[in-house]
Every structure is written in C-alpha cells, then in structure tokens.
Ligand binder design. Structure first.
Ligand code: FE
Length: 141
C-alpha cells in the first residue's frame, strides 16, 4: 500500500504515470514468462475505491541482461477475475543513464490506460507492483 496516510482506508491513489520511452512495441504476445529469476506479481485496481479490475490487460517490456531491448522481453498478461496478474522475467540489465526498470501498460474498460515504470535496485528475488487506474469518466450517479 502507499504511504498516503491522508487517504481513507479503502481508497486508492492512481499509480503515477511515467515515460513510455522509445522502445514500446504493441502486440506483445500473451505469456507468463519472459525470462527467469524475477517473479513479478500484483493487482490491477480501479481508483477511487480500489476495486479489482477483472481481466485487465497488462503489458510489460524491458531490457535484457545486457541492457538491450529485445522481443524476448515483451509480454502481455490478462488479469484474473480478481484483478491479479503475475509473470516471471529476467532482472532487467542496466543501460546508460537509467536505473533498472520494467515498463508497464495497463488497461481496463472504463478506465484511462496507464503507462508507467517499475524501478529495481538489482538484488530483488521477487517484486509486487499494483497498478491503480483512474476512471476514464466521472462515475455515473
Ligand atoms: Fe526503458
């Protein structure tokens, strides 16, 4: 959970967007693995009420261990009925001027698509990354 103590329990702050960068390619295959050693899991949730977003689409892309982007490190997962996603990948290599990171896009009907990045220090053996989307229009009343 976030450190946002001013938020009431059960409220979700949308995940901050981050740069797409120059290496995104649409159409990454649906798969559970783009490598080994780093399990990544999380939930796709809708702000403001933290509701799980069933069958949300999660895409990721990252550098390989040599710090180069390749098609072997692009994937798509469809979240479960409970909004959960998981995949296993390689620890992304470093490339100049950037900390290690994995790029993400997440989307679900009724919510604004999110593009962001997960930053890594390099010693992780697993990581959890929830993706909180903003409604694409005001809630109906
Ligand atoms: Fe990048």
């Amino acid at each position: 959970m976030s450190e946002g103590a001013e938020n009431a329990p059960g409220e979700c702050v949308p995940t901050a967007g981050d740069a797409e960068g120059p290496f995104y390619k649409p159409g990454a295959p649906e798969r559970a693995s783009t490598g080994s050693g780093l399990p990544v899991r999380g939930r796709v949730l809708g702000a403001p009420d933290c509701r799980p977003l069933p069958r949300a689409r999660v895409e990721w892309w990252q550098a390989n261990s040599a710090g180069e982007y390749d098609d072997a490190h692009r994937g798509t997962r469809t979240a479960s009925a409970g909004g959960e996603y998981a995949f296993t990948t390689d620890l992304p290599g470093k490339y100049p001027f950037r900390p290690r990171h994995i790029h993400f896009k997440a989307s679900a009907p009724g919510f604004a698509p999110l593009t962001t990045q997960l930053y890594l220090r390099g010693g992780e053996t697993s990581v959890t990354f929830d993706l909180v989307l903003s409604p694409s229009k005001p809630p109906s009343r």
